[in-house]
Design a protein around this ligand. Structure first.
Ligand code: ADP
Ligand code: MG
Length: 234
């Protein structure tokens, strides 16, 4: 089953609203968090009952609402020349320990030359982190993940393939919908955010998956032309 994923069009208006609300929620949350910490310190024994639960839940709200910030009108996001291999290496090393604990082997096949794209490094990192995390989570009994980078004409392709549990057509069609998750502690926000970031980078994402047959996500970005390699492009 193969699909081109384009869900963000429908989402963008709702997304903008959500981003606005997210922004408004984060400020009072920060205040609440600060006062819980102060209250804790103000007590004689320095220990406010349940404070770790309160703080943990505040962090969770913060995380969830922050995910919607990608739908905000970008004003403080600076795009630059980004080295895709470098970003992929950093993501692999971030999740490497978790993967080997779960008997997941990550192999990679990159290009001899470093292709560049025009983008925001942290957002791109977030996309690959989400996707690699999902691949690891699709391998509850261990297995293989292959990450490869290739170029075709003016495009760069990033392939993330796992031989994990896979998905049915029904599941594939729900990908990218906010809160769609099949995991007990999932948020169902990772792919929604990733799709939006990919769209902002003028990229596209495709998925190929079969139940028990593994999943391959292909993300395509326009390559940064050699003549634009100077640092200060707009
Ligand atoms: P979460 O990981 O919190 O569930 P995501 O948006 O990252 O949210 O993913 C949504 C759902 O898509 C997952 O719960 C899972 O069902 C499915 N999914 C994503 N990637 C994969 C994959 N590599 N293999 C199988 N299912 C996947
Ligand atoms: Mg996820």
């Amino acid at each position: 089953t193969e699909e081109l994923l384009q869900k963000t069009e429908k989402l963008s208006l709702v997304g903008e609203l959500a981003a606005g609300i997210a922004h408004e929620i984060r400020n009072p949350l920060t205040t609440i968090k600060g006062f819980v910490q102060l209250l804790s310190q103000a007590l004689e024994n320095g220990d406010l009952p349940y404070s770790s639960i309160i703080l943990g839940e505040i962090d969770r709200i913060n995380f969830i609402v922050s995910e919607f910030m990608v739908f905000a009108k970008p004003h403080t996001i600076y795009y630059n020349k980004c080295n895709v291999s470098e970003i992929l290496y950093s993501v692999i090393s971030l999740l490497g320990a978790e993967a080997s604990l779960k008997n997941v082997r990550i192999t990679n096949r990159f290009l001899s030359e470093n292709p560049y794209i025009f983008g925001e490094k942290n957002q791109l990192k977030q996309v690959f982190l989400n996707m690699l995390k999902n691949a690891i989570e699709a391998l509850p009994d261990g297995g293989n993940i292959q990450i490869s980078l290739s170029s075709e004409e003016q495009d760069i392709q990033v392939l993330i393939a796992d031989d994990g549990i896979g998905m049915s057509l029904d599941q594939i069609q729900k990908l990218g919908e906010p809160f769609y998750t099949t995991k007990e502690t999932g948020t169902g926000l990772g792919l929604m955010v990733s799709y939006k970031i990919i769209q902002n980078h003028k990229g596209s994402i495709h998925v190929k998956s079969n139940v028990d047959g593994g999943t391959t996500f292909t993300i395509v970005f326009p390559m940064l032309a050699e003549k634009d390699h100077a640092e200060n492009i707009q």
